[in-house]
Design a protein around this ligand. Structure first.
Ligand code: ATP
Ligand code: MG
Length: 277
């Protein structure tokens, strides 16, 4: 075990891949997943490189959360494979993937309301060796300075934005290499959402980590992502560089193949697009 990070060390370091070029941090190929052995997502492939973010967008119910649960190991794969730094982890349980460097901030239930901010961070670092925990928490608080004056406040008394930041911060205490964020800005104002995305996505990429981001605020998320995957009815509708979609996303066209939908310039919410007659 790595004494600094508390990780199992199950994944090879970059040196182990010397000569063949470093494989992507995350490589998902042809994944199908769902519930009670019935697939709701099919044929999904994407890569996340170190220092970059991959964005997944799609209408409500299109399978975005189901897909990331298959990546974390919360749901079993029904087809395809998941590789972390070239290692096939498709059959690894969630705990083992977490130990190998996967951090996950779920769409709901991301913090313990009855505990303080500091206690939540300690819970996030339950795998981190005691001697390293303070240092890890200190680094996370440096990344999210908003949390510094709040360390002794109960999570249940935080604002929505502070709570979201805590959810992300908690997942970062073990210093994951890959951070999976499922709608980290849901129900936040546009200004606070931008702050969360800056602190949670741009800052992590700058640290060399990889981010797999599900986000409804397509325009601001595209600005921070390298690649984008559009999921519709559980299947990939589009995938490619995020730059190609910046400033010209017509979500109605992208999601449903029709025109005259709100543009991402207006930070459109796909839920509203879906609700249109
Ligand atoms: N635990 C579950 N058991 C059975 N079906 C489920 C379960 N969770 C989700 N589903 C179904 O799987 C489909 C995809 O749901 P999922 O939550 O992955 O969509 P999503 O794209 O994340 O939606 P949203 O944008 O609303 O978060 C939906 O039809 C949903 O009803
Ligand atoms: Mg979801």
């Amino acid at each position: 075990m790595d004494s600094a990070t508390g990780r199992s060390g199950a994944l090879p370091g970059p040196a182990a891949n010397a000569g063949g070029g470093e494989p992507p941090l995350l490589e998902v190929t042809g994944v199908a997943a769902g519930y009670r052995r019935e697939a709701v997502v099919h044929g999904i492939s994407l890569c996340v490189e170190h220092g970059s973010a991959a964005l997944v967008i799609g209408p409500n119910g299109s399978g975005k959360s189901t897909f990331v649960k298959a990546v974390t190991g919360e749901l079993p794969l029904l087809a395809g494979s998941v590789r972390l730094r070239g290692v096939d982890v498709s059959r690894w349980p969630e705990e083992r993937r977490t130990a190998a460097g996967v951090g996950y901030v779920p769409q709901v239930r991301d913090v313990f309301s009855g505990l303080t901010v500091e206690e939540n961070l300690e819970m996030g670092g339950y795998r981190v060796p005691r001697h390293a925990l303070r240092e890890h928490i200190g680094q996370v608080v440096d990344t999210f300075p908003t949390l510094k004056p709040l360390l002794h406040r109960r999570a249940g008394h935080l604002s929505g934005g502070q709570r979201k930041l805590l959810g992300v911060a908690r997942a970062l205490v073990p210093q994951p290499e890959l951070v999976i964020l499922d709608e980290p800005t849901a129900n936040l104002s546009p200004r606070i959402a931008s702050t969360v995305l800056d602190e949670a996505v741009s800052a992590l990429c700058a640290q060399g980590r990889g981010v797999l981001l599900i986000e409804q605020r397509v325009a601001v998320a595209l600005d921070r992502a390298s690649t984008v995957l559009v999921l519709v009815d559980g299947r990939p509708r589009h995938s490619g560089p995020a730059a190609a979609l910046r400033g010209k996303v017509d979500l109605g066209h992208l999601f449903f193949g029709r025109d005259a939908a709100p543009s991402a310039e207006r930070d459109a919410d796909p839920a509203q697009v879906a609700a249109e007659p």
